[in-house]
Design a protein around this ligand. Structure first.
Ligand code: AMP
Ligand code: ZN
Length: 117
């Protein structure tokens, strides 16, 4: 479940501090330490999965609460109607740096046409 060497597991546990914005039984959300937009929140499952590449038929439901949290947080941060972007970076060429599955929620400025976070 937990991975002792994983930064985001430590953030979920509280042994590494974070700017927490939301928590449920299943997910934990905190502000990105290097925000790329006025709103830049990371939403992670409490269970350790390395990336989207580990998703399969039996565990795909773990994604539902991440998207529910994204909509909740978009509303709470006033960007639901203005617009926002959700991004999973996966593996090296997808630009993934931290290997604990996380959904980026970005908004608060025009994000342009680029797909990158
Ligand atoms: P990714 O490239 O998709 O793996 O994104 C990892 C994100 O985690 C980057 O946007 C980093 O700025 C962010 N990050 C790294 N360390 C921390 C931390 N301790 N607290 C909050 N965000 C972090
Ligand atoms: Zn982890």
């Amino acid at each position: 479940m937990m991975n002792k060497s994983c930064l985001f597991c430590k953030i979920v546990e509280g042994t590494v501090p974070s700017d927490k914005v939301y928590e449920t039984k299943e997910v934990f959300a905190f502000r990105d330490i290097h925000p790329k937009a006025p709103v830049h929140i990371l939403i992670v499952p409490k269970i350790h999965l390395t990336s989207l590449a580990e998703i399969h038929e039996k565990n795909v439901t773990i994604l539902n609460p991440l998207f529910l949290a994204a909509v909740h947080l978009a509303k709470e941060n006033g960007i639901l109607d203005r617009g926002f972007r959700t991004v999973f970076n996966c593996n090296p060429e997808g630009g993934q740096m931290v290997y604990h599955l996380h959904l980026h929620l970005l908004g608060g400025r025009p994000l342009g046409g680029a797909m990158g976070a």
